[in-house]
Design a protein around this ligand. Sequence first.
Ligand SMILES: Cc1cc2nc3c(=O)[nH]c(=O)nc-3n(C[C@H](O)[C@H](O)[C@H](O)COP(=O)(O)OP(=O)(O)OC[C@H]3O[C@@H](n4cnc5c(N)ncnc54)[C@H](O)[C@@H]3O)c2cc1C
Length: 453
Amino acid sequence: MGRLAATGTWQNWARTASASPRRVLHPRDLGELVSGVRDGASEGLRVRPVGGGHSFTPVAVTDGVHIRLDALDAFERVAPQDHGTTHVTVGAGIRLGALNAGLAERGLAMRNLGDIDKQSVAGAISTGTHGTGARLGGLATQVVGARLVTADGAVLETSATQRPGLFELARLGMGSVGVLAAVTLEVVPAFRLEAREEPWPLEDVLAQLDGPDGLVDGNDHFEFYWFPHTRRALTKRNNRVPDDDVRPLHPVRGWVDDELLSNAVFALTNQVATAAPRATAALNGLAARALGSRRYTAPSAQVFVSRRRVRFREMEYAVPRDRLVEVLREIDAWIESTGEHVPFPVEVRFAAADDLWLSTAYRRETAYVAVHQYLRLPYARYFQAVERIAAQVGGRPHWGKMHWLEAERLEALYPRFADAQRVRADADPAGVFSNPYLDRLLGTARPPSVRAA
Ligand SMILES: Cc1cc2nc3c(=O)[nH]c(=O)nc-3n(C[C@H](O)[C@H](O)[C@H](O)COP(=O)(O)OP(=O)(O)OC[C@H]3O[C@@H](n4cnc5c(N)ncnc54)[C@H](O)[C@@H]3O)c2cc1C
């Protein structure tokens, strides 16, 4: 997770970004948050909120005021709605692990989640964090309201009907319009999932992806990991089962798969691949075989979330779902033709089209292609090659992961980009919440009058 050393120097989880802010604030309530933002702004300092530090980029960095909202983590309101859903308002600093536990205590759950639960809810939604499921959107699509502290210290409630433009950037805007103090999520009754994990030949996966009973549409949540240099993939199918379908994973089996193979042995294979790159293909073949089949049921959050102890760098592109196979074939061809050694599997997930202005799945059915590289290995050549391949199909980069795009290119990828820029300029004319990285992505934050000049 992100860490704060005694000197005040902060580093993100991936060790790819650091900051030495003038001040670090840990507000204990809304009043302290408001005065922290207002004081920073009036002193001309840049103010950035930071969550779990799990973004791979400098998106949360500031040299001014760093705001950590870990103390704003309470369940504030639980309001049942029609159609069986519930609106739950939580402090924006709550970590996903605590959120899931608190929801479970109340017989509730998030509809969908990503791979880990170390992020804050604010950080996760702000960068478009997502899981997998062709009928489901990312975490920000589950947000129905957001309480925002703006640069002048105002506390604004936002939703689809209250300040809808601001709501767009409050729920998915990288903290560019203010600091989230609380978030209202639409959640569902708690549910169990059957997890079915099997190694498959890659070609069988690609051949069976589509169609009504295909892997993507025929399962609630489908994803796969392809091991480069091999023709093998680990498939994961997670589907809802009745509450009384209790088939837990044997604790020893769970430990062997999740801790020993997925973390300890995986760390070792990456270390060996770093020292002896030519062994990478053989190691990947071994890894793909070592992770065997397993089938069990558990409460949803336990199935979605896994532990990630091996540190890595990551880039992830959202591509049109119907272009996925061609993208993977090009990545494969590039790896083979260049001899690049890639000991990390490529992760592929899916999402429904949505209509959030800055969502990577904006108005298109999406496949996510995530490439990783071990912390000690160079990543730029590989990631840039994948970025070029994704560009050919209009790929949109994950807002919390590495990439090299800038505002001009992003504007061409997001039909509502100019609207987002306008809302940002109106909400934060002096650029209090900006930093050089955010300016690279969204354009320099300047007053509308200056922009027009
Ligand atoms: C091991 C690992 C696994 C991951 N798995 C997934 C996955 O399965 N799916 C996926 O999509 N992504 C995944 N990610 C990416 C991760 O979910 C995002 O980068 C997310 O933003 C991290 O949340 P955080 O709380 O650490 O936010 P940070 O990285 O701390 O901050 C992210 C952004 O949110 C802003 N922010 C934080 N708090 C607030 C606030 N209160 N108000 C306004 N803005 C705020 C920050 O300023 C910054 O711009 C993973 C990352 C890692 C390291």
